[in-house]
Write a new protein. Structure first.
Length: 288
Protein backbone atom coordinates (compact mmCIF):
# COMPACT_ATOMS: atom_id res chain seq x y z
CA UNK A 1 0.00 0.00 0.00
CA UNK A 2 1.42 3.35 -1.02
CA UNK A 3 2.37 5.63 1.87
CA UNK A 4 0.45 8.93 2.06
CA UNK A 5 2.81 11.81 2.80
CA UNK A 6 -0.02 14.28 3.17
CA UNK A 7 -3.78 14.15 2.73
CA UNK A 8 -5.20 16.42 0.09
CA UNK A 9 -7.15 19.42 1.38
CA UNK A 10 -10.95 18.80 1.21
CA UNK A 11 -11.43 22.57 0.96
CA UNK A 12 -10.01 22.58 -2.59
CA UNK A 13 -13.16 22.44 -4.68
CA UNK A 14 -11.85 19.63 -6.88
CA UNK A 15 -11.10 17.46 -3.84
CA UNK A 16 -14.40 18.41 -2.24
CA UNK A 17 -16.26 17.28 -5.36
CA UNK A 18 -14.28 14.04 -5.55
CA UNK A 19 -15.41 13.19 -2.03
CA UNK A 20 -19.00 14.42 -2.03
CA UNK A 21 -20.00 14.75 -5.69
CA UNK A 22 -19.01 11.49 -7.38
CA UNK A 23 -21.52 8.80 -8.23
CA UNK A 24 -20.82 5.94 -5.82
CA UNK A 25 -20.28 8.30 -2.88
CA UNK A 26 -23.98 8.87 -2.20
CA UNK A 27 -23.79 7.63 1.41
CA UNK A 28 -21.09 10.22 2.12
CA UNK A 29 -23.12 13.03 0.56
CA UNK A 30 -26.27 11.93 2.41
CA UNK A 31 -24.36 12.15 5.68
CA UNK A 32 -23.15 15.69 5.05
CA UNK A 33 -26.48 16.97 3.70
CA UNK A 34 -28.48 15.38 6.52
CA UNK A 35 -26.30 17.14 9.07
CA UNK A 36 -26.73 20.51 7.31
CA UNK A 37 -30.50 20.49 6.74
CA UNK A 38 -31.05 18.42 9.92
CA UNK A 39 -33.36 15.95 8.23
CA UNK A 40 -32.73 12.31 7.47
CA UNK A 41 -32.33 11.62 3.76
CA UNK A 42 -33.29 8.20 2.44
CA UNK A 43 -32.61 8.71 -1.25
CA UNK A 44 -30.14 10.86 -3.15
CA UNK A 45 -28.97 11.01 -6.75
CA UNK A 46 -25.75 12.74 -7.77
CA UNK A 47 -25.09 14.47 -11.07
CA UNK A 48 -22.46 12.39 -12.87
CA UNK A 49 -20.95 15.36 -14.71
CA UNK A 50 -17.28 14.52 -15.35
CA UNK A 51 -14.57 17.01 -14.44
CA UNK A 52 -12.21 17.58 -17.36
CA UNK A 53 -8.64 18.76 -16.90
CA UNK A 54 -9.41 22.01 -18.76
CA UNK A 55 -12.24 22.68 -16.29
CA UNK A 56 -9.67 22.98 -13.52
CA UNK A 57 -8.06 25.91 -15.31
CA UNK A 58 -11.29 27.84 -15.83
CA UNK A 59 -13.68 29.51 -13.46
CA UNK A 60 -17.03 29.13 -15.15
CA UNK A 61 -19.82 29.67 -12.65
CA UNK A 62 -20.64 26.39 -10.97
CA UNK A 63 -18.10 24.33 -12.93
CA UNK A 64 -17.08 22.44 -9.79
CA UNK A 65 -20.27 22.70 -7.80
CA UNK A 66 -22.14 19.56 -6.73
CA UNK A 67 -25.71 18.91 -7.83
CA UNK A 68 -27.90 16.36 -6.12
CA UNK A 69 -31.53 15.29 -6.18
CA UNK A 70 -32.97 14.55 -2.73
CA UNK A 71 -35.94 12.20 -2.34
CA UNK A 72 -36.67 12.61 -6.08
CA UNK A 73 -38.23 16.02 -5.47
CA UNK A 74 -35.68 18.47 -4.04
CA UNK A 75 -32.82 19.88 -6.11
CA UNK A 76 -29.65 20.75 -4.24
CA UNK A 77 -26.54 22.68 -5.22
CA UNK A 78 -23.41 22.61 -3.03
CA UNK A 79 -20.35 24.76 -3.54
CA UNK A 80 -17.03 25.07 -1.73
CA UNK A 81 -15.25 28.43 -2.02
CA UNK A 82 -11.79 29.15 -0.58
CA UNK A 83 -11.26 32.54 -2.25
CA UNK A 84 -13.42 35.55 -1.50
CA UNK A 85 -14.76 36.59 -4.91
CA UNK A 86 -17.12 39.21 -3.45
CA UNK A 87 -20.83 39.31 -4.32
CA UNK A 88 -21.10 35.65 -3.33
CA UNK A 89 -24.65 36.35 -2.16
CA UNK A 90 -25.65 37.20 -5.73
CA UNK A 91 -23.86 34.10 -6.97
CA UNK A 92 -25.89 31.72 -4.81
CA UNK A 93 -29.08 33.46 -5.94
CA UNK A 94 -27.97 32.78 -9.51
CA UNK A 95 -27.46 29.09 -8.67
CA UNK A 96 -30.91 28.91 -7.14
CA UNK A 97 -32.66 30.66 -10.07
CA UNK A 98 -30.88 28.47 -12.59
CA UNK A 99 -31.86 25.21 -10.87
CA UNK A 100 -35.39 26.43 -10.13
CA UNK A 101 -36.15 27.49 -13.70
CA UNK A 102 -34.74 24.24 -15.09
CA UNK A 103 -37.61 22.41 -13.36
CA UNK A 104 -40.31 24.01 -15.48
CA UNK A 105 -40.83 22.28 -18.78
CA UNK A 106 -42.93 23.68 -21.60
CA UNK A 107 -46.65 23.26 -20.97
CA UNK A 108 -46.24 22.49 -17.27
CA UNK A 109 -47.90 24.39 -14.43
CA UNK A 110 -45.94 26.47 -11.92
CA UNK A 111 -47.13 24.17 -9.15
CA UNK A 112 -44.80 21.54 -10.62
CA UNK A 113 -41.72 23.61 -9.78
CA UNK A 114 -39.57 21.76 -7.25
CA UNK A 115 -37.85 23.03 -4.14
CA UNK A 116 -34.21 24.11 -4.51
CA UNK A 117 -31.66 24.13 -1.69
CA UNK A 118 -28.36 25.96 -2.17
CA UNK A 119 -25.49 25.24 0.21
CA UNK A 120 -22.41 27.45 0.25
CA UNK A 121 -19.29 26.58 2.27
CA UNK A 122 -16.63 29.31 2.43
CA UNK A 123 -13.11 29.31 3.80
CA UNK A 124 -13.49 32.99 4.62
CA UNK A 125 -15.92 35.16 6.54
CA UNK A 126 -18.54 36.98 4.47
CA UNK A 127 -18.53 40.72 5.16
CA UNK A 128 -22.32 41.04 5.31
CA UNK A 129 -22.48 38.27 7.97
CA UNK A 130 -19.71 39.54 10.26
CA UNK A 131 -22.06 40.30 13.14
CA UNK A 132 -23.64 36.82 13.14
CA UNK A 133 -22.02 34.74 15.86
CA UNK A 134 -22.44 31.24 14.47
CA UNK A 135 -20.77 29.39 11.65
CA UNK A 136 -23.91 28.16 9.87
CA UNK A 137 -26.87 30.29 8.82
CA UNK A 138 -30.13 29.34 7.13
CA UNK A 139 -32.00 31.74 4.85
CA UNK A 140 -35.55 31.93 3.51
CA UNK A 141 -37.80 34.71 2.20
CA UNK A 142 -39.57 36.09 5.27
CA UNK A 143 -41.98 38.93 5.98
CA UNK A 144 -40.15 41.89 7.52
CA UNK A 145 -42.43 42.36 10.53
CA UNK A 146 -43.75 38.81 10.89
CA UNK A 147 -40.40 37.09 10.58
CA UNK A 148 -41.74 33.66 11.44
CA UNK A 149 -43.83 33.73 8.28
CA UNK A 150 -41.97 32.27 5.28
CA UNK A 151 -43.28 33.32 1.87
CA UNK A 152 -42.43 30.03 0.16
CA UNK A 153 -40.67 26.79 1.02
CA UNK A 154 -39.17 26.37 -2.46
CA UNK A 155 -36.20 28.65 -1.70
CA UNK A 156 -33.70 27.66 1.00
CA UNK A 157 -30.08 28.73 1.48
CA UNK A 158 -27.46 27.45 3.92
CA UNK A 159 -24.15 29.26 4.39
CA UNK A 160 -21.27 27.73 6.36
CA UNK A 161 -18.28 29.95 7.14
CA UNK A 162 -15.39 27.68 8.12
CA UNK A 163 -13.28 30.37 9.91
CA UNK A 164 -16.15 30.86 12.37
CA UNK A 165 -16.16 27.17 13.34
CA UNK A 166 -13.45 27.40 16.00
CA UNK A 167 -15.01 30.53 17.49
CA UNK A 168 -18.61 29.32 17.68
CA UNK A 169 -18.60 25.51 17.57
CA UNK A 170 -19.33 25.37 21.30
CA UNK A 171 -22.57 27.28 20.67
CA UNK A 172 -23.67 24.80 18.04
CA UNK A 173 -26.05 22.04 19.10
CA UNK A 174 -25.53 20.24 15.81
CA UNK A 175 -22.85 17.72 16.77
CA UNK A 176 -23.14 15.83 13.48
CA UNK A 177 -22.33 18.96 11.50
CA UNK A 178 -19.54 19.82 13.93
CA UNK A 179 -17.87 16.49 13.09
CA UNK A 180 -18.24 17.03 9.34
CA UNK A 181 -16.77 20.53 9.55
CA UNK A 182 -13.85 19.23 11.57
CA UNK A 183 -13.25 16.59 8.91
CA UNK A 184 -13.31 19.22 6.13
CA UNK A 185 -10.95 21.51 8.06
CA UNK A 186 -8.60 18.92 9.61
CA UNK A 187 -9.12 15.47 8.05
CA UNK A 188 -5.83 14.14 9.35
CA UNK A 189 -6.28 15.26 12.91
CA UNK A 190 -9.61 13.80 13.97
CA UNK A 191 -10.95 10.48 15.16
CA UNK A 192 -13.59 9.10 12.81
CA UNK A 193 -15.63 7.59 15.66
CA UNK A 194 -18.64 5.50 14.68
CA UNK A 195 -19.93 7.80 11.95
CA UNK A 196 -19.82 5.48 8.92
CA UNK A 197 -20.32 8.30 6.40
CA UNK A 198 -17.30 10.20 7.74
CA UNK A 199 -15.30 6.96 7.79
CA UNK A 200 -16.12 6.47 4.10
CA UNK A 201 -15.24 10.09 3.35
CA UNK A 202 -11.85 9.66 5.03
CA UNK A 203 -11.25 6.47 3.04
CA UNK A 204 -12.03 8.21 -0.28
CA UNK A 205 -9.73 11.09 0.69
CA UNK A 206 -6.92 8.67 1.51
CA UNK A 207 -7.40 6.86 -1.81
CA UNK A 208 -7.27 9.99 -3.95
CA UNK A 209 -4.39 11.37 -1.86
CA UNK A 210 -2.17 8.42 -2.81
CA UNK A 211 -3.22 8.46 -6.47
CA UNK A 212 -0.62 10.39 -8.50
CA UNK A 213 -3.07 11.65 -11.12
CA UNK A 214 -5.60 12.77 -8.50
CA UNK A 215 -2.85 14.63 -6.64
CA UNK A 216 -1.75 16.24 -9.89
CA UNK A 217 -5.30 17.42 -10.69
CA UNK A 218 -5.88 18.68 -7.14
CA UNK A 219 -2.58 20.56 -7.13
CA UNK A 220 -3.34 21.95 -10.59
CA UNK A 221 -6.64 23.32 -9.35
CA UNK A 222 -5.11 24.67 -6.13
CA UNK A 223 -2.40 26.48 -8.10
CA UNK A 224 -5.03 28.00 -10.39
CA UNK A 225 -7.08 29.21 -7.41
CA UNK A 226 -4.05 30.70 -5.66
CA UNK A 227 -2.88 32.36 -8.87
CA UNK A 228 -6.31 33.92 -9.32
CA UNK A 229 -6.25 35.12 -5.73
CA UNK A 230 -2.79 36.66 -6.24
CA UNK A 231 -4.02 38.45 -9.37
CA UNK A 232 -7.09 39.77 -7.54
CA UNK A 233 -5.01 40.84 -4.53
CA UNK A 234 -2.57 42.62 -6.85
CA UNK A 235 -5.47 44.36 -8.54
CA UNK A 236 -6.87 45.38 -5.16
CA UNK A 237 -3.48 46.71 -4.00
CA UNK A 238 -3.04 48.59 -7.28
CA UNK A 239 -6.52 50.05 -6.94
CA UNK A 240 -5.80 51.01 -3.35
CA UNK A 241 -2.60 52.79 -4.38
CA UNK A 242 -4.37 54.63 -7.20
CA UNK A 243 -7.16 55.59 -4.82
CA UNK A 244 -4.71 56.90 -2.26
CA UNK A 245 -2.88 58.88 -4.93
CA UNK A 246 -6.14 60.30 -6.24
CA UNK A 247 -7.19 61.15 -2.70
CA UNK A 248 -3.85 62.84 -2.06
CA UNK A 249 -4.10 64.82 -5.31
CA UNK A 250 -7.66 65.84 -4.47
CA UNK A 251 -6.55 66.98 -1.02
CA UNK A 252 -3.69 68.97 -2.52
CA UNK A 253 -6.03 70.64 -5.03
CA UNK A 254 -8.53 71.60 -2.32
CA UNK A 255 -5.70 73.07 -0.26
CA UNK A 256 -4.39 75.03 -3.27
CA UNK A 257 -7.89 76.43 -3.93
CA UNK A 258 -8.21 77.56 -0.31
CA UNK A 259 -4.84 79.31 -0.47
CA UNK A 260 -5.76 80.95 -3.79
CA UNK A 261 -9.01 82.30 -2.34
CA UNK A 262 -7.14 83.88 0.57
CA UNK A 263 -4.55 85.42 -1.78
CA UNK A 264 -7.32 86.85 -3.98
CA UNK A 265 -8.80 88.56 -0.92
CA UNK A 266 -5.43 90.27 -0.47
CA UNK A 267 -5.48 91.39 -4.14
CA UNK A 268 -2.35 89.38 -4.96
CA UNK A 269 -1.71 89.32 -8.76
CA UNK A 270 -2.92 86.22 -10.61
CA UNK A 271 0.58 85.40 -11.86
CA UNK A 272 1.89 85.18 -8.29
CA UNK A 273 -1.07 83.06 -7.19
CA UNK A 274 -0.32 80.67 -10.08
CA UNK A 275 3.26 80.31 -8.85
CA UNK A 276 2.21 79.85 -5.22
CA UNK A 277 -0.54 77.28 -5.78
CA UNK A 278 0.13 75.55 -9.10
CA UNK A 279 -3.39 76.40 -10.28
CA UNK A 280 -3.95 77.65 -13.81
CA UNK A 281 -5.08 81.17 -14.67
CA UNK A 282 -8.44 79.79 -15.77
CA UNK A 283 -8.94 77.95 -12.44
CA UNK A 284 -8.08 81.09 -10.48
CA UNK A 285 -10.51 83.24 -12.50
CA UNK A 286 -13.34 80.87 -11.56
CA UNK A 287 -12.64 81.59 -7.88
CA UNK A 288 -13.19 85.33 -8.21
Amino acid sequence: MKHIDKLLDPKIDYVFKRIFGYVGNEEITKGLLSSIIQKEISNIKLDNKTILEKDLLEDKVGILDIRAKIEDKINCNIEMQIVDRKNIEKRILYYWSKLYSMNLKAGKDYENLEKVIVILITDYEIDSLKEIQKYQTKWNIREEEYQKVILTEVMEFYIIELPKYDKYKEKSKNEKLNRWIKFIKEPGGMEMGEDKAIQKAKKVLEEISKDERERYLAELREKYILDQKAIEDAGYDKGLMVGRKQGFNLGQTEKAIEIAKNLLKLNIPTEQIEEATGLTEEEIKKLK
